[in-house]
Design a protein around this ligand. Structure first.
Ligand SMILES: Nc1ncnc2c1ncn2[C@@H]1O[C@H](COP(=O)(O)OP(=O)(O)OP(=O)(O)O)[C@@H](O)[C@H]1O
Ligand SMILES: [Mg+2]
Length: 176
């Protein structure tokens, strides 16, 4: 019986967006949840490049995504998919037809350490730390998505603690 219920959950349509500033742990969480929720994962940056929705900017060493075009293309894709996780920091600026949006936040000081560990240059680290400090992603997420669909998670020092928090919130929403 329990097995049947679990199977039902795993077949039900589920479109989940994960967003938050660069380095807060979106990809790590997406990979973990893809196994638990039986979902495919799309990374916004890869999707934008594959679909020619973005250009590599050599000056800032980043892909510049045309957000409106990406939004349109992703919303088209969602119609054809059953279970999908889409992750990326510019998704906070888009309106994706998702069932749930996980917004990850992180204390700017911890974000600074994480980005340093990645070898980012000082300017890029400060840009991202500043964005997190002014809650850029959070403000845009709450502007673009219905409040009842947003799960806000403050990233913990360990991924184990973070994922436990996420699981509790997904259970509350009846998704697992
Ligand atoms: N909850 C966590 N606690 C500690 N470290 C974490 C946590 N989540 C992720 N990390 C680590 O932080 C780093 C950044 O994680 P990740 O690549 O998932 O971030 P991201 O949000 O996808 O970044 P980007 O926006 O640049 O793609 C990785 O080294 C990862 O192992
Ligand atoms: Mg990532």
């Amino acid at each position: 019986m329990l097995k049947k219920t679990k199977m039902k959950y795993k077949k039900r349509k589920l479109i989940l967006v994960i967003t938050g500033s660069p380095g807060v742990g979106k990809t790590t969480l997406a990979k973990y949840l893809s196994k638990i929720l039986n979902c495919k994962v799309i990374n916004e940056r890869e999707f934008a490049l594959e679909n020619k929705l973005g250009k590599w900017n050599d000056e800032i060493k980043e892909v510049e995504i045309d957000i409106k075009k990406m939004e349109k293309k992703l919303n088209e894709k969602i119609k054809k998919e059953n279970r999908l996780i889409i992750e990326g920091h510019t998704l906070c600026e888009a309106k994706i037809n998702a069932d749930v949006v996980i917004l990850i936040t992180l204390h700017p000081e911890i974000l600074e350490y994480r980005l340093e560990a990645r070898g980012y240059n000082y300017e890029k680290i400060m840009d991202n730390v500043f964005c997190e400090g002014i809650e850029y992603c959070k403000k845009h997420t709450f502007r673009n998505y219905p409040k009842d669909k947003i799960i806000e998670i403050e990233s913990q020092r360990s991924f184990k603690n973070t994922k436990e928090l996420v699981i509790i919130r997904l259970k509350e929403k009846g998704l697992i």
